[in-house]
Design a binder for this molecule. Sequence first.
Ligand code: ADP
Ligand code: RBF
Ligand code: MG
Length: 149
Amino acid sequence: MKSYLPFFCSGTVIKGFGRGSKELGIPTANFPEQVVNSLPKEMSTGVYYGYAEVDNGPVYKMVMSVGWNPYYKNEKKSMETHIIHVFDEDFYGKTLKVAILDYIRPERDFNSLEALIETINNDIAVANVNLDKPEFISFKTNEFFSPNS
Ligand code: ADP
Ligand code: RBF
Ligand code: MG
């Protein structure tokens, strides 16, 4: 694990760039600027994974992208969490808690949207496997998350 990990943080889910990530099957819950600015200075931009909880709901696996999304050349640094679970409803305005546990790769540019999606799906597969390992699964019941979820 990187020296600044695990990193725990929480914030309100805000509207993101509205690019229709949801239509691509990869909705990402975006954090407000204050949360992005609270990340440790040494934390590199890139793709991470860990666990997430919406309000007092269950704790699920997640993948997260931190940075400027080179494919879209964003001007604002963002922190977007894709929770590995199918929700019945959106949760804008609710509190998202995340435990960021491990790093996968730096952010990249891509030649096509298909290539970006394929790479993100691979990140999800990596997170899915790794988060079942004993060193990570213990975080699912960490007191940071709601005790009865
Ligand atoms: P935006 O550009 O507003 O971030 P997205 O297309 O990325 O829009 O969709 C993100 C929203 O979808 C989240 O804010 C949340 O309310 C909802 N959502 C539904 N399922 C998920 C999920 N599995 N992971 C993350 N967000 C989800
Ligand atoms: N955007 C990029 O430009 N480059 C990336 O390498 C990249 N990796 C991502 C990895 C994950 C796990 C997630 C959830 C998002 C990533 N994104 C990346 C952000 C992506 O472009 C954004 O969520 C779009 O809105 C998807 O259409
Ligand atoms: Mg989003």
